[in-house]
Design a protein. Structure first.
Length: 390
């Protein structure tokens, strides 16, 4: 069952900390270089947004919290302590088995700060490593080096944070298949419970987009990129990791439960500048800029936009995000949420994709085939704009 039917409040919380030490060349997230930013004002505004949010939709027991950014770990220890106390105050009921994740950059995680995080309830840390070659890291605008990675992981473990994940990227400028092979090998040597591995997307309003348009971005060929993806899938599988989602690999039972909330199209609170939330079929997007957000929070919820998700859109979303997961989409979950069968609504594309060998079916469940994983976007595209509004 999902949150819409049984009137339960969201069990997941996303919070955005928009500050970074610097802007990476590929990044189009809502993030701002830390220097001279009103950080404490922002944390006060965030506290206020939490207060107003829980007045409007009182929380129940929270199962997952995810703090993303930006780089949340650029907060100083005292700012971090204030922020975490503020989260605990407004969302006081935590599941005994809560997953409380925070994104971190290697090099911004000294022991003192990690202690504050642990004391404040954080129990899972996701490090943005991206690559194990210093020349690739500087080429994408990351300011950490490979030594920082090892030191940060050691620091985290020394304060008792063991549920750790790292992000890697492939398809980077000047990256070869061998470089990726080395990165995956070094990542696996760390023996972590979880890895996320994304391909580079050249997004608008980034330095890479500018270079790409000037033909100055030496990206790997499509063949190499496909080879990189096949390589990392086979290496992860060999090492005993389950590819539970297109870009995510975990030891059994160590999947990111917060992200699964999104992929199952379930409700979550979204707090902070530029954050998105989804509560009772209502999506909202917050004001993006730091100062405008701070100001707006003083006068009410800092919304940029808020809209009702129609049943048709919700059904499309259910398919698009659900098929990202290797477990696929369940006919019974669809029926529980929408009171209609999957085949009734999506019979034609399901049949077409099964026939093309991009989906496989087992009982009432549809999932990507091995081939389908490689052409995920083509599969998801089949479910968009298919339904005309009734």
């Amino acid at each position: 069952m999902t949150a819409h039917n049984n009137g339960r409040p969201p069990e997941a919380v996303y919070i955005h900390i928009p500050f970074c030490t610097n802007k990476c060349f590929y990044c189009d997230f809502n993030s701002y270089v830390l220097k001279d930013q009103p950080v404490m004002d922002y944390l006060h505004a965030l506290d206020r947004e939490m207060e107003l949010t829980v007045q409007q939709t009182p929380p129940g027991v929270i199962k997952t919290i995810f703090v993303g950014g930006g780089t949340p770990t650029v907060l100083k220890p005292d700012e971090m302590a204030y922020f975490l106390a503020s989260v605990r105050r407004h969302f006081p009921q935590w599941d005994d088995n809560i997953e409380f994740s925070m994104e971190a950059n290697p090099g911004t995680t000294d022991i003192e700060k990690l202690k504050v995080m642990k004391e404040g309830g954080v129990n899972r840390v996701s490090f943005g490593v991206q690559a194990f070659q210093n020349e690739l890291l500087s080429g994408i605008g990351r300011i950490h080096n490979v030594d920082d990675v090892y030191r940060s992981l050691e620091n985290a473990r020394s304060v008792g944070l063991n549920n750790l994940s790292v992000d890697l990227m492939f398809g980077l400028p000047n990256q070869t298949v061998d470089m990726l092979r080395e990165s995956v090998r070094k990542a696996l040597e760390l023996d972590l419970p979880h890895y996320s591995i994304y391909s580079l997307k050249v997004e608008e309003n980034t330095l890479f987009h500018t270079l790409f348009n000037k033909n100055k971005l030496p990206l790997p060929s499509e063949e190499d990129e496909l080879e990189m993806y096949l390589l990392l899938m086979s290496e992860m599988e060999k090492a005993g990791y389950i590819q539970y989602e297109i870009s995510n690999f975990a030891k059994p039972g160590m999947e990111s439960r917060h992200n699964i909330t999104y992929w199952r199209n379930q409700d979550y609170y979204g707090l902070g500048a530029g954050a998105h939330g989804y509560v009772k079929r209502q999506r909202h997007i917050n004001i993006k800029g730091v100062n405008p957000y701070n100001e707006a929070s003083g006068n009410g919820l800092p919304r940029l936009d808020s809209f009702e998700v129609t049943e048709q859109e919700a059904m499309e979303d259910f398919m698009m995000v659900g098929l990202r997961m290797r477990a696929g989409v369940s006919g019974s979950a669809f029926q529980a949420q929408f009171g209609k069968t999957l085949e009734e609504i999506f019979g034609a594309p399901l049949h077409k994709l099964l026939h093309a060998g991009l989906l496989e079916q087992e009982g009432g469940t549809y999932r990507l085939s091995k081939q389908g994983i490689l052409f995920g976007n083509d599969v998801f595209g089949e479910f968009v704009g298919l339904l005309t509004e009734v």
